[in-house]
Design a protein around this ligand. Structure first.
Ligand code: NAX
Length: 347
């Protein structure tokens, strides 16, 4: 058997942590034949919940789960971590200003980034789930430098991506697995731009039809399809988190954990065929997104077998004026978040 892969989950006593760890231990993320060691990081108030979850993990007797540690010390939690899933964050409380929220989270993601730089595996991959995810990833990456290259840090927009796929599948009455090459651009926030201009619906083994054409067929014309995208699809995807809270009475948990698993699995094992998915990764200036920002892009991975492999931005897609405007608006928000963090002296 191969050596166990160490996966560190922060916020292991929280809701998403609870929904994540059983699926990881069951092999849903790295495959059924890769042994896993889980490390759960919590703050003192969350330790009991995480310890209880660890007891339940033992009671599952998962064949691939080698060990579970629960700790409130980042240096212990990230020691040897190959995969770090940063879920625990400071939520926005009533009346909290954006600058206070960013400062509180800088106080979490700065030290965690430093700990990752100090003790994680040389080839660690980090995904930030805790909000504001893009900017928290930026802070963690800056804090891990120079030990870990910034490209190893990503933020989760796969839930937005999966939500967009789900909406299209529903509208077109096809299985979600038949929708390909949707893109989420920008920030994981209401300003995100879910883009279907390059997306297809698979029809049989060899055929695929542009989503826009399929929508036009169903809705009675291209104009109707465009109106549906602008007035229904984009706002509903961007506001889906709020919709879940309204209907369910609690925020997205299982779907968020599922998206985090999809994100890590596709990076580690590779995206299928020539299709792509969405993830927030460090920009090198692609599509006019300022260098260094952590923004959502269309990405592919051929899997991580050696250092430096992982998500790569799909380049060369044509963006029309409307798409450029929508992306720029979300990027402006990322710039404002980065500048607010800089003003705090964090970056
Ligand atoms: P919970 O409040 O249930 O759990 C968070 C846990 O993190 C708590 O147990 C808390 O004690 C712990 N924690 C806080 N600070 C910590 C620190 N410094 N080190 C370690 N642990 C710490 O929230 P949950 O529902 O699990 O959501 C977690 C985060 O995911 C939130 O920030 C939430 O906004 C974010 N989300 C991000 C999504 C995305 O797509 N990127 C979607 C779902 C979710 O909203």
């Amino acid at each position: 058997a191969s050596a166990p892969t160490t996966v560190t989950i922060t916020g292991g006593g929280g809701q998403i942590g609870y929904a994540l760890m059983f699926r990881i231990a069951a092999g849903d993320m790295l495959g059924p034949d890769r042994p896993v060691r889980l490390r759960l990081l919590e703050i003192p108030q969350g330790m009991k919940a995480a310890e209880g979850a660890a007891l339940e993990l033992q009671d599952c007797a998962f064949p691939q789960l080698v060990d579970v540690d629960v700790t409130d010390d980042p240096l212990t939690a990230f020691s040897g971590a190959r995969i770090a899933m940063l879920v625990g964050a400071r939520p926005r409380s009533a009346g909290m200003e954006r600058a206070d929220l960013l400062a509180a989270n800088a106080g979490i993601f700065g030290p965690q980034g430093r700990a990752i730089g100090a003790v994680a595996d040389d080839d660690v991959r980090v995904v930030v789930v805790g909000n504001p995810a893009n900017t928290n990833a930026l802070i963690a990456a800056a804090s891990a430098a120079p030990h870990v290259p910034a490209e190893r840090f990503t933020a989760l927009t796969r839930l937005d991506h999966n939500r967009a796929v789900g909406r299209l599948a529903e509208a077109l009455q096809v299985p979600a697995g038949d929708i390909e090459d949707v893109t989420i651009w920008g920030n994981h926030s209401a300003s995100q731009f879910p883009d279907v201009a390059h997306a297809y619906v698979r029809e049989g083994v060899m055929e695929r039809m542009p989503v826009l054409e399929a929508l036009a067929e169903r809705l009675g014309g291209t104009e109707q399809a465009r109106a549906w995208l602008d007035d229904t699809f984009i706002p509903r995807v961007a506001r889906r988190g709020a919709e879940i809270i309204e209907v369910r009475g609690s925020s997205s948990v299982a779907s968020a954990a599922n998206a985090a698993i999809d994100h890590v699995r596709d990076e580690q094992l590779g995206t299928p065929g020539r299709t792509w998915t969405s993830a927030a990764v460090v920009s090198r200036g692609e599509y006019g997104v300022p260098e260094g920002l952590v923004s959502s892009f269309p990405v592919r991975s051929r899997g991580v077998r050696s250092e430096g492999e992982g998500y790569e931005i799909v380049e060369g897609l044509d963006l029309d004026d409307r798409a450029r405007r929508l992306l720029a608006a979300s990027v402006d928000e990322l710039v404002a978040e980065r500048d607010a963090v800089r003003a705090l002296g964090v970056l």
